[in-house]
Design a protein around this ligand. Structure first.
Ligand code: CA2
Length: 177
């Protein structure tokens, strides 16, 4: 009988026979951190609202936080609505652990981002640096909130780290914290 076809001799399994299964179990899951319009300008204007940190600082914080949870990071920013939609679909197709989404001004206008969030089976954490409820009344409405798993706002850039902590807790990752 050809090796590997015998069901009666489990002792015939060689080391490495289950490598695939073991690797699948321990494969690094990824958190997508998506930033919308104008967030590339973070740290250059309105420090009283958004602080002095740059988007590069936010990326460093996200990488450090994700690493503590054994998660990988895809960190992106775009000024284009359709790009954010494409990236949400990509996160869904790649079965990401979660998405930290700061849609910028699109928060208050975008049905397309709302629909993309509804179309994927990945938790999306709506994240804002400022407290959108303590500003202009029109900022209190978010199309994104209807489809978000959770919302973080008003913690400054630390909100990104809190959102990643939340995703790690949801995905049952053991943390080094
Ligand atoms: O508080 C947040 O994170 C916001 O998502 C930021 C958006 C704003 O439209 C939302 O209502 C709340 C603004 C993104 C642009 O950020 C800049 C920051 C500094 C300098 C220029 C733009």
């Amino acid at each position: 009988m050809a090796a590997g076809l015998s069901l009666s001799r489990p002792s015939a399994y060689k080391a490495g026979d289950f490598k695939g299964a073991a690797m699948a179990k321990s494969a690094t899951k990824t958190v997508y951190v998506l930033n919308g319009p104008n967030l590339n300008l973070l740290g250059t204007r309105e420090p009283q609202i958004y602080g002095h940190s740059t988007l590069k600082d936010v990326e460093k914080l996200c990488r450090k936080t994700a690493e503590m949870h054994g998660l990988g990071v895809e960190f992106r920013q775009s000024n284009h609505e359709g790009m954010i939609v494409d990236w949400l679909q990509e996160a869904g197709a790649n079965k990401a652990a979660g998405v930290v989404l700061n849609p910028g001004g699109l928060t208050h206008t975008s049905v397309a981002i709302h629909d993309a969030m509804k179309a994927i089976s990945v938790p999306v954490i709506e994240t804002h640096i400022s407290n959108i409820h303590a500003r202009e009344p029109w900022r209190r409405h978010s199309y994104v909130s209807f489809a978000a798993k959770a919302i973080v706002c008003g913690f400054g850039i630390n909100g990104y780290a809190l959102a990643i902590d939340g995703i790690a807790a949801m995905s049952g990752k053991k943390s080094k914290r």
